[in-house]
Write a protein that binds this ligand. Structure first.
Ligand SMILES: NC(=O)c1ccc[n+]([C@@H]2O[C@H](COP(=O)([O-])OP(=O)(O)OC[C@H]3O[C@@H](n4cnc5c(N)ncnc54)[C@H](O)[C@@H]3O)[C@@H](O)[C@H]2O)c1
Length: 505
């Protein structure tokens, strides 16, 4: 690093200023070094006090995480573990980060979405000395640079443990490793064969890293124990790799803990979907027709939410079981094509691609609102709309775009098709995230303790029940205790687990 730049950074640190000066080539096609040795990069370090206030409120609503600190903090089960997080840098995540630190971990963090960072939370974490690389409104180049910085410790080594959400950190390591293998075996680097904007950014970054160190990702994998994965889509990616035999390290599937997917995905989305739509548009939901695409966990929460506001809710599904569930709840199950003539709001919640196509959007009602709450932005073909020369786009405010068609009809697309609850609002409330993140911490402890072989694992049911138990007091629950006779009669232990593995809740 140039001396003047280094001195400027020291000055900024000493005076608690933002790194707003330009870094040569920081996020361009060429990175300077794999680890730029920048202590943090956030929007504005001066927001840290606001962030600290919000974190304090979050702690009160996150009893699971606070109890985990109390129980495991004294034993430091994550001592000597380098932990990288790639997960929305929100207030709740700040409470998670500080829990991991309290358990002894050396933590670095990036967000897992370009729009999901709460800048005051990121600033508060940066102030504690945890290297965090995240701000709301990153470009794709910045996003992947941030992920790389979070994955690279000061001596250029990688983490021992990863907290992943959607699998981007896991994917960067796997793709980097595979590129190194290819280059070593073939003596050349393949040309980039995708026209997907984001994939091109990743491929360029990996080629840059390869130039600097042709064994970088092999060394990272060598030291890595494993990852704990937060969300449905990230778990899909892990299982696909496991089935293909290309998974390189162990991973815990946190999403399918009951206290995660049956709570965060359902009740979290039930509140944060409406929050996102309302903050973005202020639109009245009552009386409108809303289409929810996908009636899985997230879709169920979204449909309940919209019905609660007084909307008429239509569902689209490919799975006959979920379609039948929707029908039994009184929702009409249709196709997107059938819904086009009557729907005012479209919400994708499938974790699948091309759910709302370019063609669909061109045929929507005037003033229709289109948004996605699934993990990735490929559920809606926004890029095709952007490329259409007969459509004009205006940005009403950040993360709210209005498209006008040749005949004058207009539609709104929220958060550029990225998850609306984190792009246009602040994600789920703290209490539900306490359930999810307590599972994350338990998975991190399990990885550090067991160092399991390559594979995808679940936390045992007894820990799932423990996570729920930690949240009961907060909502005034009085649990009934089994008598010895009752426990004997149904053939379980009084202290649980209370259900067989196949029970679906
Ligand atoms: N935004 C958030 O806060 C948040 C929270 C949790 C999960 N997620 C993400 O939301 C997405 C959904 O998660 P989930 O837990 O509900 O998954 P899920 O598997 O339970 O549900 C997805 C549903 O979509 C259906 N589906 C698939 N293709 C379809 C198509 N072409 N048309 C209609 N339906 C289709 C599936 O049959 C399934 O029932 C994932 O990407 C997940 O990672 C987001």
């Amino acid at each position: 690093m140039k001396k003047a730049l280094f001195l400027a950074m020291l000055f900024a640190l000493a005076t608690n200023q933002s790194y707003t000066f330009a870094f040569p080539n920081l996020f361009g096609d060429k990175i300077n070094k794999i680890n730029e040795n920048i202590p943090y990069k956030v929007k504005d370090p001066n927001l840290s006090e606001l962030g600290r206030l919000a974190i304090g409120i979050g702690e009160k609503e996150m009893p699971g995480l606070m109890a985990t600190r109390k129980k495991y903090g004294p034993y430091k089960p994550l001592a000597n573990q380098k932990v990288t997080g790639s997960l929305h840098m929100t207030v709740e995540t700040a409470v998670l980060i500080e829990t991991l630190v309290e358990l002894g971990a050396d933590v670095r963090w990036a967000s897992c979405n370009i729009f999901s960072t709460q800048d005051h939370a990121a600033a508060a974490i940066a102030k504690t000395g945890v290297p965090v690389y995240a701000w709301k409104g990153e470009t794709l180049e910045e996003y992947w640079w941030c992920t790389l910085q979070a994955l690279t410790f000061p001596d250029d080594s990688g983490p021992n443990l990863i907290v992943d959400d959607g699998g981007d950190a896991t994917m960067l390591i796997h793709k980097g490793y595979e590129l190194e293998e290819f280059a070593a075996n073939n003596g050349y680097v393949p040309t980039i064969a995708t026209d997907n904007k984001e994939e091109i950014v990743v491929e360029k970054l990996l080629r840059n890293i390869l130039e600097k160190d042709a064994q970088h990702w092999h060394k990272v994998v060598g030291e890595l124990i494993g990852a704990s994965e937060e969300t449905t889509t990230g778990v899909h990616r892990l299982l696909q790799r496991e089935q293909a035999g290309t998974l390189l390290f162990a991973a815990y599937n946190v999403n399918d803990s009951v206290t995660k997917s049956k709570f965060d995905n359902v009740y979290g989305c039930r509140e944060s979907l409406a929050d996102g739509i309302k903050r973005a548009t202020d639109v009245m939901i009552a009386g409108k027709t809303v289409v929810v695409c996908g009636y899985g966990e997230v879709g169920k929460g979204c449909a309940q939410s919209m019905r609660g506001y007084g909307a008429r809710v239509l569902i689209t599904e490919v799975d006959p079981i979920c379609a039948l569930q929707a029908a039994m709840e009184g929702f009409e199950v249709v196709t997107v094509e059938q819904a086009l003539e009557e729907a005012n709001i479209f919400v994708t919640a499938t974790g699948n691609c091309d759910i709302i196509t370019h063609e669909h959007m061109l045929n929507m009602l005037d003033q229709a609102i289109v948004c996605n709450i699934g993990h990735f932005d490929n559920e809606i073909q926004v890029e095709a709309l952007n490329q259409n020369p007969n459509v004009t786009k205006e940005t009403i405010k950040p993360q709210v775009d209005r498209y006008t068609f040749a005949d004058g009809r207009q539609i709104f697309v929220l958060a550029e098709g990225r998850l609306v609850n984190l792009g246009c609002a602040t994600g789920h409330p703290s209490f539900v995230m306490s359930n999810s993140f307590t599972n994350q911490v338990l998975a991190q402890i399990a990885l550090a303790k067991e160092v399991p072989p390559v594979g995808v694992y679940m936390l045992p049911k007894i820990l799932d029940e423990e996570v729920a138990r930690l949240h009961l007091d907060h909502v005034g629950v009085t649990l009934t205790e089994l008598s010895d006779k009752q426990a004997d009669y149904i053939g379980i232990k009084k202290e649980g687990p209370y259900k067989a593995e196949h029970y679906r809740y």
